[in-house]
Ligand binder design. Structure first.
Ligand code: ADP
Ligand code: ADP
Ligand code: MG
Length: 702
């Protein structure tokens, strides 16, 4: 076994590899770019080497630099993670030339599986079922059109060198083919520097089911069962689970053996994933699509037509092989109890596979959710920013069938999600005895994921998990489109709970601040209190919020007996709250919820068991102050009565200091100084009625 490895990656996968290495007492070397100088992956490794600028091409893709770093630090092997150099055949070769072990398959296997068209040709020869299609070298547009017409629409045009869901076009009609081909080629050249395409039948209601395979240097192969990754957006995975719901043992064995045949055909070594597209044939569907039923080992190519007799049968076709560890590998780890990175390290150091096929079994059900910095409601636009709050569910770090929640993350609170790398922030992996249990654990874990500072897909993921299709395992790649109505622009938290949470948080903060002041034995003058302090009788205080674009005036009243009452948008009810270690227990009217509230500037982020919502505190006073900054005017934020002034002409005041109290809309309101200054003149006297915008006093800048 190695005693030191270099991890040629960043983020969660680099951290994940480091965790296994540490457990195996293997030293780790991180590499990092400018943007990652203080990244988590650097801190979890034993050593780190700077390799260049923030853009991947200046650092994580510079393989000469990475090999140099490995040599300089005495690492014996390089783990490429996924993305970046993981499927770079040239890099694998360069490692070998430098006397370093590339923790992955032989360069020849990467090359063979690198181009989708070439790999399909090889797989056809190896007897692995293929989607009917054309994957020849002749790229004449007229020929491609004829092939598409022969396959029958809809067809899918795929960039042969494509990946990551890019470079694909679905074509529904022959008339649209030429334009789609041209546009696919443009994208292929721009993204992959290669405009070759292949064409295949576009499978209807398809499921994406992939098989985790492993090979060792002694020629042994196993499959570690399947993962269903059908829940996708723009051909990219959103949720992944294992085992695939609703498949038979026979289907599992056939697809597993087909994957092993694929790996064997290219002398594969290490961890790999064979991706299949699975056609779901409806009841009594006597499909005449070319290809063997149940994916038997009969090569297809549009020739033999087989009838599928069984109702609800499924048929699988090879799609591509990813010659690396996959983002979603943890679900396989959860159901098999194996550490796939440990397997990679053992195989790369020449050991045989830790287990044989008949020693592997599936325990329970696991689901992974990819938490991304993006805005699902705005076409999944990636988001950047600082993770001001990064609260994760209680978890175990590595779930070995522990029935828990696992978090794989490459970031910490306070870290920045920069525009240089992908938007995946973390992965949540849950494991349960049944799918239902895993599902419910995932929903709870997502509810406990509190991120403030940038938009994420957490709520969207919860919506998917709760959708009818996902809950009932009615899986296919069209799931998100089908459930659209319940996935996007859903507000799960209403005004009253948002307000109750925000007010409770504000009051608790004030109490904490007061306690701090009291501790320092500083006299607290009543004017600086913001809670509507009065010497006698019930008191009332107003909060202004902006909620979903609308101004909401909230009134908090302390009754004679000290009980609180909250009024918002016509709803009036008793209000109480208690601070707990894991949130605030808030009761308002008939509702009771444990909420977590984080305040960032004026925005309160309220997390409840149903979902999260933002509510913006509008400081009417600060607002009144803002508008007078240039003019030197301090105005009434609303029509009302002047109760008192806390200052007199000539007083020096500092920003935030209370200046006057107004009574309006049955509430008292303290007007604070917007800036440091000197009171020049009081323009009204206590008891005067004023109109909105009336100038109350003149403040001059010092
Ligand atoms: P999988 O098939 O495992 O779902 P993808 O093909 O989507 O994975 O890519 C694997 C991951 O590698 C991506 O999610 C992304 O995090 C990362 N990745 C791939 N290419 C790059 C790149 N050029 N720069 C940064 N990260 C990348
Ligand atoms: P990538 O390299 O981008 O991962 P894949 O060939 O794996 O490309 O395809 C990505 C996704 O596109 C699949 O997971 C599936 O959802 C969809 N897809 C691919 N081929 C087909 C097909 N023939 N019919 C229907 N959907 C397909
Ligand atoms: Mg793929």
């Amino acid at each position: 076994m190695f005693n030191k490895i270099l991890i040629a990656n960043r983020g969660e996968i680099a951290c994940r590899v480091a965790a296994t290495a540490r457990r195996m007492a293997i030293k780790t070397v991180a590499v990092y770019s400018d943007a990652d100088a203080n990244a988590k992956h650097v801190s979890v490794c034993d050593e780190a080497v700077y390799i260049g600028g923030s853009a991947p091409k200046d650092s994580y893709l510079r393989w000469e630099k990475i090999i140099e770093a490995a040599q300089a630090t005495g690492a014996q092997a390089i783990h490429p993670g996924y993305g970046f150099l993981s499927e770079n055949e040239e890099f694998a070769r360069a490692c070998a030339a430098a006397g370093l072990v590339f923790i992955g398959p032989p360069a020849s296997a990467i090359l063979a599986m690198g181009l989708k068209a070439e790999s399909k040709r090889l797989m056809g020869l190896a007897g692995v079922p293929l989607v009917p299609g054309y994957h020849g070298a002749d790229q004449d547009p007229a020929l491609l059109q004829r092939e598409a017409d022969a396959i029958g629409y809809p067809v899918l045009i795929k960039a042969s060198a494509g990946g990551g869901g890019k470079g694909m076009r679905v074509v529904d009609h022959a008339a649209d083919f030429a334009a789609a081909l041209a546009s696919c080629r443009r994208e292929a050249v721009n993204s992959f520097g290669n405009d070759a395409v292949l064409i295949e039948k576009y499978v209807q209601r398809p499921r994406h089911i992939e098989i985790q395979v492993f090979g060792d240097t002694l020629g042994n192969y196993v499959y570690l069962f399947e993962r269903d990754c059908s829940v996708q957006r723009r051909h990219q995975k959103v949720l992944e689970e294992a085992p695939a719901p609703g498949i038979t043992e026979e289907f599992r064995r056939q697809i597993g053996e087909a994957a092993v045949a694929a790996a064997r055909a290219v002398d594969y070594v290490g961890a790999g994933t064979v991706e299949f597209i699975v056609e779901q044939l409806g009841n009594n569907d006597e499909s005449d699509t070319a290809g063997p039923p149940q994916g038997g080992a009969v090569p297809s190519g549009g020739s033999a037509a087989h009838k599928v007799a069984s109702a609800g049968a499924m048929r699988f076709f090879f799609m591509e092989m990813n010659t690396r560890l996959q983002v979603e590998h943890p679900v396989t780890e959860a159901i098999t109890g194996q550490d796939l990175v440990e397997w990679q390290l053992r195989v790369a150091s020449g050991e045989p596979l830790p287990l044989a096929q008949d020693q592997l079994k599936i325990t329970g059900h696991a689901i992974e959710a990819r938490i991304c910095a993006e805005n699902p409601d705005n076409n999944f636009l990636p988001a950047t920013g600082t993770l001001h709050v990064y609260g994760l569910p209680e978890c175990v770090t590595f779930a070995r069938n522990s029935g828990g929640v696992r978090v794989d993350a490459g970031v910490r609170e306070g870290d920045v999600i920069s525009p240089f790398y992908d938007s995946m922030v973390a992965k949540l992996i849950v494991h349960g005895e049944t799918r239902e249990q895993a599902l419910s654990r995932l929903d709870t874990a997502l509810a406990q994921t509190h991120i403030v500072g940038l938009s994420t897909n957490v709520q969207f993921l919860r919506n998917v998990v709760q959708s009818r299709s996902f809950a009932q395992a009615d899986l296919d790649t069209g799931l998100i489109a089908r459930e659209e109505a319940v996935l996007f622009k859903q507000e799960k938290v209403g005004l009253s709970l948002a307000v109750a949470g925000a007010v409770a948080h504000t009051l608790l903060q004030e109490k904490a601040a007061e306690a701090q002041v009291a501790q320092r034995a500083v006299w607290l003058d009543p004017w600086s209190r913001q809670d509507g302090w009065r010497s006698h009788g019930p008191s009332s205080r107003r909060f202004d919020y902006e909620f979903q674009g609308q101004l909401q005036v909230v009134q908090l009243t302390t009754l004679h007996d000290g009980a609180l009452q909250l009024a918002v948008a016509g709803e009036v009810g008793g209000f109480s709250f208690t601070a707990l270690t894991h949130g605030i227990d808030v009761r308002f009217a008939a509702q009771r919820q444990i909420v977590s509230v984080y305040q960032k500037d004026a925005v309160a982020h309220v997390f409840t068991s149903q979902g999260a919502i933002q509510i913006i505190a509008i400081d009417a006073l600060a607002h009144a102050g803002d508008s007078q900054l240039e003019g030197g005017r301090l105005t009434a934020p609303m029509p009302g009565k002047v109760v008192s002034f806390a200052v007199k002409a000539g007083d020096k005041v500092s920003k935030g200091q209370p200046l006057a109290v107004m009574d309006a809309m049955k509430m008292e309101h303290t007007i604070a100084a917007p800036t440091d200054g000197v009171v020049a003149e009081l323009l009204y006297a206590p008891g005067d009625q004023v109109v909105e915008g009336a100038e109350l006093l003149k403040l001059v800048l010092p």
